[in-house]
Design a binder for this molecule. Structure first.
Ligand code: ADP
Length: 425
């Protein structure tokens, strides 16, 4: 049997966020890193949903359209009955795109004249009211997003934001309709459709709104949303939340943590790990720059301690220390040196039998996944909001349990909590 839901996400962490929500709502989910080149059908085996992670949020619109259409073709080939285009819950885009142009292209390819759009995710403080997006208690245009370097969001009215990105007419399904129930939403969709409206921004101020919206869009070939709408879709296939959806193969092998994140939360997590007195190796960017074999040293250290339990290899430093390094090496150069080193360390750790690996840092995760040759992840149980354990096939066929934590996610004892959860499941 093919998959039910096929999702196209415009960035990596957004893909994981969506996958995580789908798993919690009862779907077995596989996340693919880009469109598989060699067919990749085996990757989607036993999955109810496949989420393809692209890097299409801020590339030129034509490239985003191309990549999204390739992803669509793959997902349809895998049997997807409905397509979910996932973007950021702050609707990150510019008048040039990419939400409008990608949706237009997907609608054309799917030969459909109507879809919905909602970035709402009330659990994360993203709500849409009368078409206006709120981030916590403030309008999008008053949130930090107004200063975003690539996609500054200075208008909170999503009907007008999306209207600037497409020639198709944009309408609204407002909160009174959502409050009135699924039939009212369906009737409103019918009304908009016969008036020639192609996109409807949908209000949602609660999870109940998203559940009703999810039920009402059951027959649409395409939906577009942040990760919130995911909570309302699996029920359309009769799926209910169950821990079985998050089941991963049994975990074993050595445990390690690789941390290249310099966020506040990760600093706390590294400190908490060091306080336990467990083995840890600090990667110093200045020593890498001076030509020292830091990778070799880190791996020799790890090899001596892996049998005792988790080993941490980290470059995580306080913002002051990081600024000091950046002023000597340049921010980009320092980042690249550290990412390359940590990715090599991760590869070396796996070669030494590590099969349970925690990676901290968004960019660091990208570098590690690439170095390990990982193309797909089965999404497992959630450690902390938005951060699940995953299982990946290594190129040699072995299974690696992996969790990719972006900077500010996770509680203070995230590293221990992560390994403890794997023992339980
Ligand atoms: P986060 O998710 O916390 O932003 P990322 O991995 O995305 O973490 O980004 C952190 C960036 O900082 C990476 O490019 C990483 O290589 C770099 N970096 C990590 N440690 C240091 C350090 N000690 N000095 C300078 N740059 C560092």
């Amino acid at each position: 049997m093919g998959i039910r839901l096929g999702a196209i996400a415009d960035d990596f962490t957004g893909a994981t966020d969506l996958a995580n929500n789908l798993v919690r709502a009862g779907m077995r989910v596989v996340q693919l890193i880009d469109v598989p080149e060699d067919g990749g059908a085996a990757l989607a085996q036993d999955a109810d949903a496949v989420v393809i992670a692209l890097k299409s949020r801020t590339v030129p619109a034509a490239e985003a359209v191309d990549a999204s259409l390739r992803a669509l073709a793959w997902l349809r080939g895998a049997g997807a009955e409905q397509i979910y285009f996932k973007y950021c819950s702050t609707f990150d885009s510019t008048p040039a795109g990419n939400i409008g142009p990608v949706t237009d292209a997907l609608m054309d390819a799917l030969d459909t004249d109507f879809t919905v759009a909602t970035p709402a995710f009330p659990d994360n403080g993203r709500t849409v009211f009368k078409g206006h997006l709120f981030v916590g208690d403030v309008l999008l245009s008053e949130s930090g997003m107004r200063h975003h370097p690539l996609t500054p969001m200075t208008d909170s009215d999503l009907v007008s934001v999306l209207g600037a990105q497409t020639t198709r007419p944009v309408g609204l399904i407002d909160h009174t309709v959502l409050a009135a129930g699924t039939d009212a939403v369906r009737a409103r969709i019918g009304e908009l459709r016969s008036a020639g409206v192609a996109f409807a921004i949908a209000d949602a101020v609660s999870n109940d709104d998203l559940v009703r919206l999810g039920e009402a869009v059951r027959d649409l070939p395409l939906v577009t949303a942040g990760s919130g709408l995911a909570i309302g879709l699996p029920a359309n296939w009769g799926l209910r939340p169950t821990s079985a959806a998050a089941q991963l193969p049994p975990a074993g092998g050595h445990r390690a943590i690789v941390s290249g994140s310099v966020s506040v939360a990760t600093n706390g997590q590294v400190r908490a790990f060091l306080d336990t007195g467990r083995p840890a190796f600090c990667v110093d960017p200045l020593r890498i720059a001076s030509g020292a074999d830091v990778t070799g040293e880190a791996l020799a250290f790890a090899e001596a301690h892996l049998a005792e339990g988790p080993v941490l290899v980290y470059s995580t430093e306080t913002p002051d220390a990081v600024r000091g390094v950046q002023s000597r090496l340049g921010a980009a150069e320092a980042g690249e040196l550290v990412e390359r080193t940590l990715a090599e360390v991760a590869r070396g750790l796996v070669a030494r039998g590590v099969r349970r690996l925690v990676v901290a840092g968004g960019e660091t995760s990208g570098a590690v996944v690439q170095a390990l040759g990982i193309t797909g992840l089965r999404i497992g149980p959630q450690i902390d909001p938005g951060v699940p354990w995953c299982a990946a096939h290594l190129p040699d066929g072995d299974t690696l349990h992996l969790t990719l934590k972006s900077g500010n996610f996770g509680g203070p004892d995230f590293f221990s909590a992560a390994f403890a959860l794997l023992e339980e499941s």
